[in-house]
Design a binder for this molecule. Structure first.
Ligand SMILES: Cc1cc2nc3c(=O)[nH]c(=O)nc-3n(C[C@H](O)[C@H](O)[C@H](O)COP(=O)(O)OP(=O)(O)OC[C@H]3O[C@@H](n4cnc5c(N)ncnc54)[C@H](O)[C@@H]3O)c2cc1C
Length: 332
């Protein structure tokens, strides 16, 4: 019998220095669990599907908090809450697409404690996986969603390989659109990973959605100033307006000069295991006028190659419409 709603025991550590957190990660290895605001973590613990020996609550590490402008753009500590991002004057003024995405996550209560590091690092929401069934993502050899009777209206249209779960993060699309860089640090050093490379699909690693190694902590996210003040668009479509994950969301950053699209980045989530950057669409629209016609063409092209499952075919026109709007309605 699975006992739910009562967490298994673990050692709780609350370091206030990164070096102490790294020492704990080195000590416990794969038995350690990093925790930001805890909104994804606690549901795993309560359901008992993840039972780490040690939970490292990062919440006391001051250097991982806050937003500051730098010579190259802006740096956001991974422990910065989604509410802080939503209300920050620099983000709202220059990188609005991220503030809008953060404002659409879950509910005000979750945004008050949920961190941007936790939001981009959160795990898949496939109901079979979350329920604890032995699917590929959980280390088994079946996908319960990709079967004739599988409940798969929330699952992937593209790039699935055995697992059809999608990346659920709302801020991830905005950060890929802004070409953000993720700062991953461990006791051995630091590496900087682009927002696109931070996320990995099942072909690369079927059990994880990100390339963060067990010994690493995402300490900060840097946004380059190249896209500051661009035309932006964010939209999320979910079954409910609050406390719900995106069926599909979209973010765009567009540089328009004299009515012509000079440069752009357009990204969708909820359609594959990683935030899907629409590079083919970007090539179509670059150098073209910012017009209804071009936006529609872009929308139609965005779904080329989609492979719907039994119940998620509705995502194809939804994605096409969102991409059309992300170009046509992008505003400075
Ligand atoms: C009811 C509900 C509704 C939700 N709706 C949405 C939604 O609409 N949109 C959306 O995007 N999300 C949604 N979420 C998901 C998610 O819980 C929140 O988005 C929140 O941002 C997660 O942040 P956290 O700090 O609480 O994460 P945590 O639970 O602390 O961490 C999540 C994961 O990230 C890892 N992690 C955390 N911080 C770091 C770090 N600094 N370095 C390395 N790894 C780290 C943890 O190990 C864990 O695996 C929802 C969650 C709930 C419970």
């Amino acid at each position: 019998m699975i006992v739910r709603d009562i967490m298994a025991d673990f050692e709780l550590y609350q370091p206030t220095q990164l070096k102490d957190a790294f020492a704990l990660l080195d000590q416990y290895g794969k038995d350690a669990w990093k925790m930001g605001g805890g909104y994804d973590s606690l549901s795993w613990f309560k359901e008992r599907h993840k039972q780490p020996k040690a939970v490292i609550d990062l919440g006391g590490i001051a250097e991982m908090k806050g937003i500051s402008e730098t010579a190259d753009g802006v740096t956001i500590g991974a422990l910065t809450t989604l509410t802080e991002i939503e209300n920050d004057p620099i983000i709202k003024g220059k990188y609005r697409v991220l503030a809008e995405a953060a404002a659409k996550v879950a509910s005000p209560q979750i945004r008050n404690a949920g961190t941007v590091g936790g939001n981009v690092s959160q795990d898949a929401r496939c109901l079979y996986y979350r329920y604890g069934l032995p699917c590929y993502r959980a280390g088994g050899n079946t996908c319960f969603a990709d079967t004739p009777e599988g409940v798969n209206r929330e699952h992937a249209l593209f790039e699935s390989d055995r697992c059809v779960a999608v990346s659920p993060s709302d801020t991830a699309v905005a950060l890929v659109a802004l070409d953000a860089k993720y700062v991953l640090r461990s006791s051995k050093g630091e590496r900087i990973v682009s927002a696109e490379d931070f996320f990995v699909g099942p072909k690369v690693d079927i059990m994880h959605l990100t390339s963060t190694r067990p010994e690493e902590i995402l300490v900060a996210i840097n946004i380059p100033k190249k896209w500051a003040g661009s035309a932006f668009y964010f939209e999320k479509v979910a079954d409910r307006n609050t406390w719900d994950f995106a069926l599909v969301n979209v973010a765009s950053a567009i540089v328009v000069k004299n009515g012509v699209i000079e440069d752009c980045r357009i990204v969708c989530n909820g359609v594959s295991a990683v935030p899907r950057r629409l590079t083919a669409v970007e090539s179509i629209v670059k150098g073209k006028p910012m017009s209804e016609e071009i936006a529609k063409l872009a929308g139609q092209s965005s779904t080329r190659g989609a492979r719907p499952l039994n119940y998620n075919g509705f995502k194809i026109p939804l994605m096409a419409n969102l991409v059309t709007r992300a170009i046509r309605d992008a505003k400075v």
